[in-house]
Design a protein around this ligand. Structure first.
Ligand code: PLP
Length: 389
């Protein structure tokens, strides 16, 4: 079946007795054993829970992996994955990445003796330069949040394999609807399912999908041992959201491209970072390895003084800190999502005080453009009135 059908049918059942088509929410934490030494397959809900299992099997199947693990947030997914490593281990990590991942690595994992180097993961020479005998894995965001840098997953995972390193990909921005890293050579995929998979800005969740029996068993052990698992209610909400992923991603993609093109031509905009625009350096790689584009992109305004009034004047678009939901959100990464990255590193990468990130929702593109247009015009008028220009 095509992915659209598989998504729509997640957890579809025909319950004997009622004929209910939706999988129920099993709140039970304990499960009766039929007899001593026997199990229904469910013993205690941290280890395995029926509603979560439906979600986990769907995630594994959608990502073409062997096992799926649902966690209480995207950060819980990353924390569980990082538990694969031990004192003295070293990771190669995308230079531009979600600020919370950087914070987890720098402020917590370093205390356990796990260190990271931040490099452009699409640059094999840079990866080679930073690789050492302690290096165990490459962690890639592609495209990155917020600068939309693209990494060639086939090339980098082949390089990683040659050196005995795991390839871990944060696939939050594209979802398995557009990109399946495990089919390109990666070993582990992580998601902030809070974003496109949930899709409605109403459930916090994470997912891990692994390839290979041994790695899947290790991850299962860590998932159960850490215990940062997803509850049944949230598992059900996530399943509900994922059923419409295909429709939403198509609209997010189309809207984001339309709005990005509008901003690219706007006189107050200095730069637009969107891998679906032909002048983006990652355009060709992205076309090769993904079947579509995400709904978020970033842009730089010409003057930092425009940022505050733009955020104050947008009406339909909310100034808020997330991405991937049906409602459009605008984020100021330097003071929100990426505030925990030291200023010098942020500036080196390009996450500066002129950068805005736009998670384009599924509203009509005309309304989004009208809202942006009026906010930009109002911001410019204020700047003129102040005589700042
Ligand atoms: N990975 C990426 C790319 C993200 O954007 C985020 C959150 O914004 C996370 C991981 C963390 O996920 P969560 O907020 O669900 O813990």
């Amino acid at each position: 079946m095509k992915i659209e059908s598989r998504l729509a049918q997640i957890g579809s059942i025909s319950e004997p007795g009622t004929g209910a088509v939706n999988f129920p929410i099993y709140h039970s934490t304990a499960f009766r054993h039929p007899a001593l030494g026997q199990s229904t397959g469910f013993d205690y809900s941290r280890t395995k829970s029926p509603t979560r299992t439906v979600l986990e099997q769907a995630a594994a199947e959608l990502e073409s992996g062997d096992a799926g693990f649902a966690t209480s947030s995207g950060m819980a997914a990353l924390t569980t994955v990082f538990a694969l490593f031990q004192q003295g281990d070293h990771l190669l990590v995308s230079l531009d990445l979600y600020g919370g991942t950087f914070r987890l690595l720098e402020q917590i994992m370093t205390r356990f003796g796990v260190n990271a180097s931040y490099v452009d993961t699409n640059d094999l020479a840079a990866l080679e330069e930073h690789r050492c005998s302690a290096t165990k894995a490459v962690l890639i965001e592609t495209p990155t949040n917020p600068l939309m840098m693209v990494t060639d997953l086939t090339e980098v995972s082949a390089w990683a394999k040659r050196h005995g390193l795991l390839t871990i990909v944060d696939n939050t921005l594209l979802t398995p609807f557009f990109q399946r890293p495990l089919t390109l050579g990666a070993d582990v995929v992580v998601h902030s399912a809070t974003k496109y998979l949930g899709g409605h800005n109403d459930v916090l969740a994470g997912l891990i999908v692994t390839k290979g029996k041994e790695l899947s068993e290790r991850m299962g052990f860590l998932h159960n041992s850490y215990g940062a698992v997803l509850g049944p209610q949230d598992s059900w909400l996530l399943i509900r959201g994922m059923k419409t992923l295909a429709l939403r991603m198509e609209r997010h993609e189309a809207n984001a491209l339309t709005v990005a093109r509008y901003l690219q031509a706007h006189p107050l905009i200095a730069e637009v970072f969107h891998p679906g625009l032909p002048d983006h350096p990652g355009y060709e790689i992205q076309r090769r390895q993904a079947s579509g584009n995400t709904g978020i992109f970033s842009f730089k305004v010409k003057e930092a003084g425009l940022v505050e009034p733009i955020l104050r004047h947008i009406k339909l678009i909310a100034f808020a800190e997330s991405l991937g939901g049906v409602e459009s959100l605008m984020t100021y990464p330097a003071v929100q999502t990426h505030a925990d990255i030291p200023e010098d590193i942020r500036r080196r990468v390009g996450v500066d005080d002129r950068l805005l990130r736009f998670s384009v929702g599924i509203e009509h593109a005309d309304d989004l453009i009208a809202d942006l247009g009026q906010a930009l015009a109002a911001a410019e008028a204020e700047l003129h009135a102040k005589g700042d220009r």
